[in-house]
Design a protein around this ligand. Structure first.
Ligand code: HEC
Ligand code: HEC
Ligand code: HEC
Ligand code: HEC
Ligand code: HEC
Ligand code: HEC
Ligand code: HEC
Ligand code: HEC
Length: 252
């Protein structure tokens, strides 16, 4: 007894006072638990048993894609083989349970507007590499995506093969320039694959001023009307395109 009394005396007063709030908190917890925990808590597991009934009573809004097959088998068939095979019908058309019960009374919307598809396809650095992405500001602006891509079978349509299909601005500039009749490939040797996978197969860009000299040097065997310069003294310390924009060469 004397030993316990000794220990009690050794505990400082402020620690003893700390015991009061601790006891109060524990008491409050026990009381609250009694009043606030629902009576059917823990009947089946660590949850409220009647939650199951609550969930069952919620209206079912999604139907899953299997039902669509009953009435839209043509679309289901096409989508199954397409790049969108893993995108659920209802991801684009919204909850469809009511529609499957009464198709004419409950019409679904189709996302035909241009703003929709970029939700998944707008370029974002955090998307996995290889996921097909576009920059909608510059990818065929203003036209609806579905005017070129079938939403149920979104193959990339084949791009037209002329350079101007993808380099419209350069082509338009050149068409108004002195170089209108100099073809793109005269200056850019272009592998055929560039027109299909442009970033993987790049055309050559001129690196030597002699290329321009092939037409513009004093002794070049080109047509007479082409203006000539003395390659040895005309801007000799630079490549020509540091002073002349090759797609719109101007002298003044
Ligand atoms: C019981 C048959 C039935 C089922 C099941 C069904 N549909 Fe339909 N759906 C129809 C009919 C009929 C129409 C045409 C209604 C009309 O022309 O007004 C239609 C029209 C549509 C449209 C056209 C909307 C538009 O703007 O033209 C979409 C989208 C659609 N259904 C999606 C779905 C999806 C997604 C599913 C599966 C979750 C589904 N449907 C399941 C019968 C069905
Ligand atoms: C990537 C989004 C997307 C997915 C996934 C998708 N749809 Fe569509 N769906 C569209 C768009 C956009 C249209 C409008 C097409 C148009 O007007 O040319 C459309 C049109 C429809 C139509 C109207 C008839 C038609 O062919 O134009 C039906 C029916 C339909 N979809 C059913 C389905 C069903 C069933 C599925 C699943 C098997 C599905 N869709 C999956 C986007 C989608
Ligand atoms: C919910 C996300 C989602 C939405 C919305 C969506 N897509 Fe897709 N899209 C995908 C996925 C996933 C793929 C397949 C990617 C893969 O194969 O790696 C894909 C593939 C594509 C491709 C194929 C590119 C290629 O590799 O050739 C095109 C084109 C495309 N989608 C166009 C559209 C269009 C147009 C719309 C709007 C009607 C649309 N997508 C809406 C998820 C989506
Ligand atoms: C005028 C027709 C046209 C319109 C409109 C159009 N596209 Fe394309 N899309 C193409 C062509 C052609 C290609 C293939 C060549 C290329 O990559 O430019 C393509 C390629 C794609 C690709 C594949 C890119 C890749 O790297 O594999 C995706 C994804 C795509 N488009 C989505 C969209 C979306 C989303 C929209 C609407 C915001 C849209 N497209 C509007 C014609 C179009
Ligand atoms: C399908 C679309 C497409 C077509 C067709 C196309 N290009 Fe390109 N081209 C591109 C893209 C995309 C790039 C890369 C742009 C970038 O990376 O900034 C590119 C880049 C280039 C470059 C710069 C290469 C570099 O390394 O900087 C040249 C030069 C070029 N293209 C010339 C041509 C010529 C000449 C033709 C016609 C014979 C042509 N392209 C046809 C899409 C195309
Ligand atoms: C007279 C020669 C010549 C012709 C013709 C020509 N280019 Fe170029 N191009 C050049 C030179 C030089 C450069 C710049 C190289 C550098 O900066 O390293 C260039 C650069 C480019 C680039 C890189 C981006 C830029 O604007 O600098 C692209 C893309 C390109 N050319 C596409 C084309 C296309 C498409 C055509 C046809 C419509 C064409 N070129 C015609 C000489 C030419
Ligand atoms: C295939 C021949 C050819 C090649 C290669 C060529 N040009 Fe030209 N260039 C021409 C022709 C043709 C004209 C226009 C003559 C006319 O308007 O009568 C011209 C005109 C010019 C002019 C004069 C414009 C003016 O205002 O009078 C300049 C500057 C010029 N080229 C610069 C270049 C440069 C820089 C290169 C190399 C990147 C180059 N050219 C490559 C054929 C060529
Ligand atoms: C340091 C800038 C510079 C460089 C580099 C340069 N030029 Fe010029 N070029 C000019 C200027 C300025 C003029 C107009 C005044 C003149 O005729 O000297 C001109 C004029 C021309 C003309 C028109 C001559 C005429 O008689 O109308 C041609 C063609 C031309 N340059 C081609 C070239 C070619 C080809 C190269 C590369 C081998 C080249 N230039 C490099 C600045 C330059």
């Amino acid at each position: 007894m004397n030993r316990i009394k000794g220990i009690r005396e050794k505990i400082p007063d402020q620690v003893k006072r700390l015991l009061i709030p601790v006891v109060l908190v524990i008491a409050a917890f026990v009381v609250m638990r009694h009043f606030l925990v629902p009576s059917d808590f823990g009947k089946y597991g660590h949850y409220r048993a009647s939650a199951i009934d609550d969930v069952i009573s919620l209206e079912i809004k999604y139907s899953g894609h299997m039902v669509c097959d009953d009435c839209h088998d043509d679309i289901v068939e096409v989508k199954k083989m397409s790049y969108h095979r893993d995108v659920a019908c209802e991801a684009c058309h919204g909850p469809a349970a009511a529609h499957t019960e009464d198709p004419d009374g409950n019409k679904l919307q189709a996302p035909r507007e241009r703003g929709y598809c970029p939700l998944c396809h707008e370029y974002l650095p955090s998307r996995p590499t290889g996921f097909p992405q576009i920059v909608s500001e510059s990818h065929n602006p203003r036209k609806a995506c579905i005017s070129c891509h079938d939403a149920h079978d979104p193959k990339t349509p084949e791009a037209p093969k002329e350079c101007k299909a993808c380099h419209a601005e350069i082509a338009r500039t050149k068409a108004l320039s002195h170089h209108i009749y100099v073809s793109c490939i005269r200056c850019h040797e272009t592998p055929e694959e560039h027109k299909v996978r442009p970033r993987d197969y790049r055309p050559e860009k001129p690196i030597r001023r002699e290329l321009c000299g092939e037409c513009h040097a004093k002794n070049a065997p080109a047509a007479k009307a082409i203006p000539r310069v003395d390659m040895a003294t005309h801007g000799e310390r630079y490549v020509c395109w540091q002073c002349h924009y090759p797609h719109l060469p101007e002298v003044d």
